[in-house]
Ligand binder design. Structure first.
Ligand code: GAP
Length: 449
């Protein structure tokens, strides 16, 4: 590696968006038809990244705890759910139209509420009207009254409507939580910043039901836990912060919310909200459904409606933050040749990296394909692996750097004699010769460290 300083990563946003398309992380949806309004498809590498983000969340929320269980509720839901939750009435954003260019904007997101950012006209906006963000559709063959259903705008409500089912079947008692990962839909007035704000996105939410007097303590607990989660998975401290909502920012159900914010290229913005939803949702659903949504504490002989602390994160938005935080450029000597070049590398935490290992036979010749396939067969049951036998080895390393693959395993002609392979480290580019027989243990020690 040369001693030259790394180039400044100034236009990070464009570089990451570009890399996402070039390397198969994210494609514009329906691109062959010109794309479709800020919707995106996750490509062969992006789907692995997104899955790893969700798996890491599930692992910390469900697998490593005894007080939280999972759920996968329906996306389509009847109006009664959204009537009770308050979304039909309150889940709105203020919408204004420019009378000159006819563009529509979300009033509270305008830099200057007097000037149209599209055509520059002054005082050209209509009166703001409240626009409901929920997508409505119809269930069954007949459209119209009585057949309306909504695509959920948050995964949370499925956890409240199943509170009784989960309580009765899981043998949990407060404090306990229900966790869910899944798609949510919002008819956002303005989308943008790539996958940051889209109309279809994935959420990772957990509702933690606690005795009412314990809610302040659990709110603090979950704020700290959730901030630490991002940090533990490699997002540097200086790119993360916790910000408490002002009174006028709070959602209709919350008495206190703090956002985990990430330093995006355009400034600090939300990754996750941790809210104290009190007993709002259970009380609302109890009164609208007629079901008792309470907990009876037999030992104390008291019956109460639990309060809820909710950490609510966006999986797609978080995947984007991991990409931004991992992106790096570094001036290096070309591996093996000694000429200077800039390499782009995604320094993902191992748990987040799409592929953990790339298996790279030095040439396409059958005598190397055979041991390379043996190596692949040894590793695939344990790790997501890429296999690549085209192009010069230096270019293949660069490709894996751009995918964020922690280790490349190269099979060369010496392998045929010494039954060893070269393990190349993404971050240091250091190369170690490792016997094939001990390769899995070697990688395991380094990947699971
Ligand atoms: N149940 C509470 C709730 O949904 P929220 O702050 O509206 O709270 C939680 O959403 C998270 O979902 C956000 O912090 C964000 O990461 C993600 N999210 C919300 N709207 C989004 C959108 N239009 N596009 C992408 N992610 C979104």
């Amino acid at each position: 590696m040369s001693e030259a300083p790394a180039p400044a990563v100034s236009d990070l946003f464009d570089k990451v968006v570009n890399l996402c398309k070039r390397r198969g992380f994210v494609f514009p949806s329906a691109e062959i038809y010109g794309g479709f309004r800020s919707t995106y498809d996750y490509g062969p590498v992006g789907v692995l990244l997104l899955r790893n983000v969700k798996d890491a969340w599930w692992r910390s929320m469900v697998q490593l705890r005894h007080d939280i269980v999972g759920l996968d509720a329906a996306i389509l839901s009847p109006p009664a759910v959204w009537e009770a939750s308050g979304h039909l009435k309150n889940f709105t954003d203020p919408l204004v139209d420019c009378k000159v260019c006819r563009e529509r904007f979300r009033l509270d997101r305008l830099d200057d509420p007097e000037v149209c950012p599209n055509c520059g006209s002054k005082h050209s906006f209509t009166e703001a009207r409240q626009f409901n963000l929920m997508f409505k559709t119809y269930a069954g063959p007949v459209e119209g009254a009585g057949a309306e259903v909504y695509l959920r705008p948050e995964t949370a409500q499925g956890m409240f409507t199943n509170f009784k089912n989960v309580l009765e079947t899981s043998r949990k008692r407060p404090p306990f939580g229900i966790a869910q990962i899944g798609k949510s839909f919002r008819n956002e007035i303005t989308t943008g910043n790539f996958v940051f704000r889209t109309r279809e996105f994935e959420q990772m939410e957990m509702e933690y039901f606690v005795p009412p007097d314990e809610s302040p303590r659990w709110y603090e607990y979950w704020c700290a836990e959730r901030l630490a989660w991002y940090h533990d998975l490699g997002i540097p401290e200086h790119m993360l912060r916790l910000r408490a909502h002002e009174e006028d920012e709070l959602s209709h159900y919350s008495i206190g919310t703090s956002d985990v914010e990430f330093l995006f290229p355009w400034g600090w913005d939300e990754l996750e909200g941790i809210a104290n939803r009190t007993d709002y949702d259970l009380t609302q659903h109890a009164s609208h459904s007629g079901e008792r949504l309470e907990y009876f504490d037999q030992a104390a002989g008291v019956r109460y409606v639990p309060h809820v602390i909710e950490p609510a994160a966006g999986a797609t938005r978080t995947a984007m933050a991991f990409l931004m935080a991992a992106y790096d450029e570094e001036a290096v000597a070309r591996e093996g040749q000694g000429q200077g070049e800039v390499r782009t590398v995604l320094r993902f935490h191992h748990r987040i990296a799409p592929y953990k290992v790339a298996v790279l036979p030095l040439s396409k010749k059958p005598e190397l394909s055979a041991p390379a396939n043996d190596v692949l067969a040894q590793l695939q049951p344990h790790y997501m692996c890429d296999y690549d036998e085209t192009q010069a080895i230096g270019r293949r390393y660069r490709r894996q750097d751009e995918l964020g693959t922690p280790f490349c395993v190269t099979i060369d002609f010496d392998t045929l004699n010494d039954h060893a392979v070269t393990v190349r480290d993404r971050d240091t580019m250091a190369q170690d010769r490792v016997p094939m027989a001990g390769l899995l243990d070697h990688l395991r020690a380094r990947l699971d460290a």
